[in-house]
Structure formats: C-alpha cells, structure tokens
Design a protein around this ligand. Sequence first.
Ligand SMILES: Cc1ncc(COP(=O)(O)O)c(C=O)c1O
Length: 394
Amino acid sequence: MPLDIDAIRRETPGCASDRAHFLHCGASLPPARVVRAVKDHLDLEAAVGGYEAERRAEPGIEATRRSVARLLSAAADEIALVENATIAWNQAFWSVVWTLRPGDRVATCRADYASNAISLLQAKRRRGVEIDVIPDDAHGRIDVEALARRLEDDRVKLVTLTHVATGNGLVNPAEEVGRAARARGIPFLLDACQSAGQLPLDVDAIGCDFLSATGRKHLRGPRGTGFLYARRDTTARYEPATLDLLGATWTDVDAYAVRGDARRYETWERNVAGMLGLGVAVDLALELGLDAIEERSVRLADRLRARLAEIDGVEGRDLGDRRCGIVAFTHAAHEPDRIVRALAARKIEVGTSTVLSTRHQMEDLGLDAVVRAGVHYLNTEEEVDRLAEALRTL
Ligand SMILES: Cc1ncc(COP(=O)(O)O)c(C=O)c1O
C-alpha cells in the first residue's frame, strides 16, 4: 500500500504552514496524535499529581515498551526507555567499559558521532582503553574485511558502529559488522539514532547486543525520549554505570541486587508524557511500515540528489553505496551557514553538519561543514523541487 501522504500531512501541524521542513534528522515534525498524547498526560499530571498520573499511565508506558520492542523485533524485557540516544548509548557503553582492563580495545567506525567519540576518548583517558577506528572502504562505509582482521586481536572487547551517519546519507552495513562481531563473540553496540524510524531494524538480523536510538528524529516522537535495546543473554554480564533504586534493589546494608531485565539501564524519574508520546509515534511508524517509509524517503532524497547534481557549483557529499534520506552537499560559492540562512529566508529549513559532529568523516572529506537536508517520507516532491530551485537561484 502506498503511503497516503496527504492524510499524513493533514495530521501534521507543522505541515500546515508553507515552510518546507528538511530537518527530520535533527528533530522531525510530530503528528497531532503524538502531541495530543503528551498534552493529555501533562493535563492529567496537573489535575491529579505526577505520581497518580503515572500510576494511571502505567499500561500506556508498558505499551510503549512493547511497541519499541516490535519496532526492533525484540522482546519487551529487552527495552529500556530513557531520555535520549546519548544516555542509551552511554549506559550500554560504560557497562561494558567497566569490565575492561587497560590495553583492552574498542573497535569503532569513521562515521562515529561526536558524543560517542568523546566517550571513547574518555574511556581511553580514564581507563586506558585503546580505540581502533576501522578504515572505510572505497564507498566510504566501514571496511568489514579490515574490521574482521582487527577482531582477530583478543584484546578487542567491544565493537561500536554508527548505523546511519549524522551528516550524510551513508548507511553502514550493520548486519555484516554484526556477523564479524558474532564470529568472535565480541559484544556489538549499534548507534541507530539516525536509522530508527527511517529504516527497518531487526536486532537478530543485525546481531547486535545493544542498540541505542532517540525519539524525536525519524520516529517523530517527542523530544527528551530515547531507548536502549539490551539483548537478554548479554545483559546479565554487565552492570550500568548509573544504577539507581529502579535498576537495582538495596537488599542489605552493604549489598544490592541488579534487576535481571533491560530496565537496569533506566532510572526511576522519567518523562512519562514523553514516553506515552513515543509509543504513539512508534505505533504510527509500524502502521505505515518501515519498508514503505524507507522506500519513499530514499526516493525523495534521490530526487533531491539528482536535482542538486544539475546545479553549477553544488557538490553532493553523501558517502556509502546504500543511502538513506539524509542528503549532504556543499556549494563552491557559498558557505553552508549562508545557504542555511538564505533558504530559511525562503521558508526552507535545512541545517549544517560540521567537523564537530563527525570529525573522522569530515577530515577525510577535507571539509569543515556541509549543508544537511534531512528528507523524510512526509516531504513532497514539490518541496524537494522548491529546495533545488532556491539553490539554483541563490
Ligand atoms: C548518529 C547519532 N548518534 C547519536 C546522536 C545523539 O542523539 P541524542 O541527541 O538523542 O542524544 C545523534 C544526534 O544527532 C546522532 O545523529
């Protein structure tokens, strides 16, 4: 069934204006049903207090957990609902790092997002962990053969991969990386922040032990929401660095017991309204179908890439042989920031991605910044053409 784009846009308050939104990879436009779920819960909190409101929302929160599990083909007890992708990633990352010894190694990729890279450097500085940044292949995706060779070193104790780069259309081969990690019995942490809601995800097909993602981007959920998948067999081996009275129980004066399920990665205080909104957003993505979402987003993004290729001075900067809805480009005559401002004046919202977000990739490209247009299924062909035309007449 093709997506009913008119109906989807009618249900999106942000599509009511004449602004064309190409920032879905930053924060998307939530559908009205998500906004309503959040507001309704805030109203309930105001009426009966946060704790009573939470008690009444408990079935809804558990429904969100089940929906996220369905999104990933996981089980509900493998899902931790947290505030954002960074917390999800760090909870998993540090739980593994705690078990490492100085000289142990973590393999990662050149598409690494800055926050992950900073945590890796922190682990290096504080714990003596070595970082192996695996080179890219000729397409600009992680070189899986080079990775497999590195993993023959017994000191590699964790593989992390950014699935979809933050600043261009690259989709890294997560399944191939998962196979290489599995073959060596090394835990695999996938940053799916830019792929969740944009591409189908199946944790068994990928073979990851952990997967982190955020709500506000391609899933179109509320801000301040995210989740971590933690594989059941793996979880028992690791203890989160941040553990509170939800993730563990204070069983005796000098003893505590950690929960058995993925909720060990959660903390007690939580954004209930956001969690309810996230569930509604995930249900919508499942209802529309991730295959259909990917197919349309990529088709629109490819249309934009083709239009950009016709404009003098514009250079496409996407990496990889498989691409998603994020489109990166530069212009020989205009700095990325200037393009963002000029397009904003024409009610076209795009952003930039800089060396501060993805240092390895940007240094490889020899660039400080690119323009980033985050296309999603709810964009239209007319918006894509308007963006290209605005650039042509800049
Ligand atoms: C690839 C990637 N990973 C992680 C993050 C961090 O996500 P959050 O801001 O939800 O913590 C981002 C944010 O843009 C991202 O693009």
